[in-house]
Design a protein around this ligand. Sequence first.
Ligand code: B1M
Length: 209
Amino acid sequence: MSKIAGVKILVETGKSKKVGAAVQEALDAGVAAQEILNGMIDSMGVVGEKFSAGEIFVPEMLIAAKSMAKGVAVLKPLMAGDNSTSLGTCIIGTVAGDLHDIGKNLVSMMIESAGFTMVDLGVDVPDERFVEAIKENDNVTLVACSGLLTTTMPSLKSAVETIKASGLTGFKVIVGGAPVTSEFAAEIGADGYAEDAGSAAVKAKELVR
Ligand code: B1M
């Protein structure tokens, strides 16, 4: 079995204590960090399909997510790019009612490596908390809102509306997450949209320059 296949099985079956070592082994064998990350992202797709098919339930999804987080922790130092230039502070969070954070964490990691200082508000972030964070932090140039559920798309809309209605200026708002499209992002008044973590970093730079 290839090193990546080994990592994927550990993530899919939620063997959180073994994933870190398996990721390190794959790295030591010369597998690129990005390739390992892509493998783990695929694994979460497999987990989602099994959940949809009723083969696994929320606890199994949760353990798989924890396992992926362990793997990402090993990769993180290797994924950091040239962040020597400061593009300002980015406030990031998953919107109200939504507990999914793996995608948000990857987006945060990539935006950080693009040169931003990250302030991560976590998950289930009330709209007003984004506004407070903009006020509390210096040089906020970007606010990034993630949403993974079709049922929390309205939270993305109200988060963007609340941020825009605050009257605060000097930053752009970017949104994303599996159910989000560029059309939806434009419709709710966001300044930008990105499909995945890599393009979020590219878009983030584009928006603040
Ligand atoms: Co949930 N869940 N979940 N879940 N979960 C999904 C999203 C689902 C698609 C599974 C399925 O049914 N096939 C489904 C949503 C269906 C829908 O809305 N259409 C679903 C459901 C239904 C639920 C619950 C309602 C289940 C229940 O309780 N009955 C419940 C809701 C809880 C809540 O949030 N209130 C729930 C709970 C959970 C867990 C807590 C158990 C766990 C999350 C743990 C955690 O995150 N710490 C979980 C998991 C793990 C998943 C799946 C399996 C994996 C999500 C993930 O991490 N993907 C997921 C199935 C799937 O994704 N196929 C599923 C990997 C990650 C890298 O991708 O998050 O899409 P993603 O992020 C990508 C892009 O979306 C994008 O870039 C990222 C990296 O490339 N992106 C952005 C994300 N944010 C961005 C922001 C940007 C730009 C790009 O700019 C700011």
